[in-house]
Write a new protein. Sequence first.
Length: 99
Amino acid sequence: MQIKKEAITERQRKIATYSRVFSHPVRIYIMELLKNQSCCYSGDLSQELPIAKSTLSQHLKELKKSGLIQGEISAPRIKYCLNREAWEEARLLLRSFTG
């Protein structure tokens, strides 16, 4: 059975996007780290996490694509910060879905 595109609401799309982003423990780790400090450089993250830089880059790309984090390039480093507005939206949407 196929669902009509119109049947899916924007709210449901956003919940699915945020849920997908939170489906990996590395991304949850990054979000918790950024939630508890103002910003973090990608180099600092690669020192903290025992994963390849390319893997870390992919996780950061997914978080950025969802809008939950923002990146600022100060060559040669990239500083990532939590997008507080998107974080609050995700928190409220997930709470309404699970609550």
